[in-house]
Design a protein around this ligand. Structure first.
Ligand code: ACO
Length: 371
C-alpha cells in the first residue's frame, strides 16, 4: 500500500452535482460562466439541491422558505454574545452552526424531506449568524432578517442595518453563485466523510466549516487581503512579492490542485473588482492585485484562484476582512448540503487505508526501565 500525498488524482466519490473537466466548471451540467451571467444565487442553490433550475413557482417557494427560516433562535444570539469580541469569525461560525443543531427538533431526523428542510434552513440561517457575529464584535446589536430580500441583500442589510444599494447586492450575489460548489474540494469532502458515518447534516456542515477555515482553502481570501494591506501601495508590490518568492513562501490566492491553466471563476471576480473600483473612482486595490498577478504568473506560472480577486471585491463592497471566509461559507453551504443529500442517497462509510511508515517489532518496556 502506497499513500498518495494529499489524495492527488484520487477519485473518491461519484457525484452529479458539479464537475471540472479540462478547466471548465459546471454545476449540474451548466457552465459556471453562463450561471454567473444569468442566474441568481437562489436559482443556483435550488439547482444544486434538486438537480434542475427552478420554475417561477419553485423559485418563489424557495425564496419564501429562505425568508421564513432566516431568523436564528434568541438563545443562540445570547450564546454568541458570550463569545469573546476578538473571536476568530470562522471559529465562532463553526461553534454557532454546531449549536444551531441543539435548537432544531429535526436535527436527527434522517428522512430525505427533513434533510432538505434542514439544508434550506442552514442556507437561510448562516448569513444571519454571520451578520449577527459581525455586529456583536463591534459592540452592536444584531439586526433581524427582513422578509422578501434575497440572500445577498438580506446579508448586507443585516450587516449594515440599512438597505444596501443594488450594485453591492448584484456583486455579492454573483460572488455567491461563483463559490456555491466545487466538486470534491476539501470542505465538501470533509462534510461527506462526516455524514457517511450516518451522522447528521449539522455535523457535516460543522466539519466543512472547520476545513474551509484553513488558509490553504477558504481562509486564503482573508490571507490575500492581509497581504494586500501589508503591501500598501503599488510601488511596493514588486519588492514584497519578490522577497516572498525568493524565500519560497506561498503567495495566497494563487495555485490550485485541479486547475493548472487558471481557475474559471477568477476572471469574473477580476472583472467585478475592476468595475467596483471604476465605480468608486479608485482602482488602486485592483491595480495592485493585477501587479501581484503579473509577477506571480510571470515568474512561477501560477494563476490566481477564486480567492485572489474576491479579496478586493469584498473590500470594495465595504466588508471587513474577517468576514471574507464566512461569506464563502454563506455560498458553499448550498454545495455542502447538496453533497450531503447526495451522500445519504447512496451511502457507504468513507474509510480509506493508510500506508504505515512507523516503527515495527517494538517490544513493550516497563515504565521504570524507560529513559
Ligand atoms: N505560491 C507559491 N508557490 C506555490 C503556490 C503559491 N500560492 N501554490 C503552489 N506553489 C508551488 C508549491 O510550492 C510547489 O512547488 P514545488 O514543487 O517547488 O515544491 C508547487 O507549486 C505545487 O504546489 P503544491 O502545494 O504541491 O500544490 P497542491 O495542489 O498541494 O496545493 C494549493 C494547492 C493548496 C491551492 C496551493 O496552490 C496553495 O497553497 N495556494 C495558496 C493558498 C490558496 O490560495 N488556497 C486557496 C485555494 S482555492 C480554494 O480552496 C477556495
Amino acid at each position: 500500500m502506497t499513500a498518495t500525498k494529499g489524495l492527488e488524482g484520487i477519485v473518491a466519490a461519484a457525484s452529479s452535482i458539479s464537475s471540472i473537466v479540462d478547466g471548465v466548471l459546471t454545476y449540474r451540467g451548466y457552465n459556471i460562466d453562463d450561471l454567473a451571467a444569468n442566474a441568481s444565487f437562489e436559482e443556483v442553490a435550488f439547482l444544486l439541491w434538486f438537480g434542475k433550475l427552478p420554475n417561477q413557482d419553485e423559485l418563489s417557494r424557495l425564496q419564501q422558505d429562505l425568508s421564513d427560516y432566516a431568523a436564528i433562535p434568541d438563545a443562540l444570539i445570547e450564546q454568541m454574545k458570550l463569545y469573546p469580541k476578538d473571536m476568530s469569525t470562522m471559529a465562532a461560525l463553526r461553534s454557532a452552526v454546531s449549536a444551531l443543531a441543539l435548537y432544531d427538533a429535526e436535527a436527527d431526523d434522517m428522512s430525505r424531506e427533513a434533510n432538505e428542510r434542514k439544508a434550506i434552513r442552514l442556507q437561510a440561517q448562516l448569513p444571519t449568524i454571520i451578520a449577527a457575529m459581525a455586529r456583536l464584535r463591534k459592540g452592536q446589536e444584531p439586526v433581524a432578517p427582513k422578509a422578501g430580500l434575497s440572500v445577498a441583500e438580506n446579508f448586507l442589510y443585516m450587516l449594515r442595518g440599512e438597505t444596501p444599494e443594488e450594485t453591492s447586492v448584484k456583486a455579492l450575489d454573483q460572488a455567491l453563485v461563483l463559490h456555491a460548489d466545487h466538486e470534491l474540494n476539501a470542505s465538501t469532502f470533509a462534510a461527506r466523510v462526516t455524514v457517511a458515518t450516518l451522522s447528521d447534516i449539522y455535523s457535516g456542515v460543522t466539519s466543512a466549516i472547520g476545513a474551509l477555515k484553513g488558509p490553504l482553502h477558504g481562509g486564503a481570501n482573508e490571507a490575500v487581503m492581509k497581504m494586500l494591506n501589508e503591501i500598501g501601495s503599488i510601488d511596493k508590490v514588486e519588492p514584497y512579492i519578490q522577497e516572498k518568492l525568493d524565500n519560497k513562501d506561498k503567495i495566497m490566492g494563487f495555485g490550485h490542485r485541479v486547475y493548472k491553466n487558471g481557475d474559471p471563476r477568477a476572471k469574473h471576480l477580476q472583472k467585478m473588482s475592476r468595475e467596483l473600483g471604476e465605480m468608486k473612482g479608485d482602482t488602486s486595490l485592483y491595480e495592485m492585485s493585477v501587479k501581484v498577478e503579473d509577477i506571480v504568473t510571470g515568474q512561477k506560472g501560477l494563476k490566481p484562484n477564486v480567492d485572489f480577486y474576491s479579496a478586493s471585491v469584498y473590500t470594495q463592497l465595504g466588508i471587513e476582512q474577517e468576514l471574507f471566509t464566512p461569506i464563502f461559507a454563506i455560498s458553499r453551504v448550498s454545495g455542502w448540503t447538496a453533497h450531503i443529500l447526495e451522500q445519504y442517497e447512496n451511502n457507504r462509510i468513507i474509510r480509506p487505508r493508510a500506508e504505515y511508515v512507523g516503527q515495527t517489532d517494538q517490544k513493550y518496556v516497563p515504565i521504570e526501565q524507560r529513559s
